[in-house]
Design a protein around this ligand. Sequence first.
Ligand code: HEM
Length: 366
Amino acid sequence: MPPPSLADPAVARDPYPLYRRLRDAHPLLHDEAFGAWLLSRYVDVRAALSDPRLVAPPPGRTFAHLEEATHDAHRALVSPALQGRALAALKAGVDRTAYVLARRLVRHQEADLVEEFCHWLPAAAVVAALGLPHADTARVTAWCRTGLTHLGGAPADLDAFLRPHLARRRAHPGDDLLSVLCTARAGGRPLSDEAVTGLVATLLGAGGEATDRALAALLANLLDHPAQLALVRARPALADAAWAESLRRDPAVHIVLRRALAPVATSGGTIPAGATVACLVGSAGRDATRFADPDRYDVFRAAPGQLAFGAGRHRCLGVQLARLTARSGLYALLEALPAVRWAPGFRPAPEGLLTRSPAAVRVSLH
Ligand code: HEM
């Protein structure tokens, strides 16, 4: 039998058989073809995500690449704008967008909810958080979908789009996240336009694409389980549990990459210094030693405790905004589409290795 590898094309179609094999027999494996050491068990992935000896691999200038004092300072800057009162202030706008997007579907017999809904709502939520004009959501959505922040920094057209907004916020700051970034001071000096644009690009990429994919997976899981869908419809308070369970079973970010600064012990051996490490978040969520019957989707699962948002010092800053977006989107769809179900003959096909979700969620609406 050839050694297991993430580079095997069959894995992109369905990684779960490989994940099971890794957890059972190869808890630490050097995957030569993929170019990384694979960690697949919940306990190891959780420890690795929080371990300061494992850092984001170069090249890159994203948030995840920052460490220590600069990282603390940037988190302290951004996080207040994504929680508490600031988040509550965003709710009405996100609800309104979700309502409009869902109502637009009503006149159709069939629709692809990824194309018509998931691509739009998360981008609109990040646009609202930044305080950018609602009318620019379509342009921003296009940037979110190009995976623009993998290496950090921003493409020239996003830079040109943002410049006038930055100048305006610097002169007349408001309450939005862009104003917070424009008026912030690092070491006594304001952040440069380039630094603010880079942060915005990170937020658009992290927020837009990941939430888009996670929302598609949530809808697919509920459509696959009509009894649980009916329960969520009857008891909307279950929406958060449905979201958390979907993120455990089918996380949008399947793999988080790290570079080892020093040797690190794991349950399957020691990662050597200098190694690239693939933390298999998608595998951790299906680990039977952590979750009973892990392949089952169950909105009543007690304490899913998943790693879909990372762990430790780099844990996602957008957890609450993403949850608000998902909740608002789900309520709007269930309200507007009382008979929603899979389109005849359609089966969702999840795609992607590092980030993963169904490419389409095709439904009958009446
Ligand atoms: C369901 C949606 C989302 C998922 C699955 C997700 C997932 C993740 C993961 C796994 C990480 C950790 C990366 C690492 O350890 O290297 C992360 C970090 C981050 N996320 Fe999210 N994210 C989501 C939504 C958002 C949203 C809506 C925002 C903001 C608008 C956001 C902003 C960030 C930022 C700024 C970081 C970097 C934190 C740091 O390095 O300290 N994310 N996210």
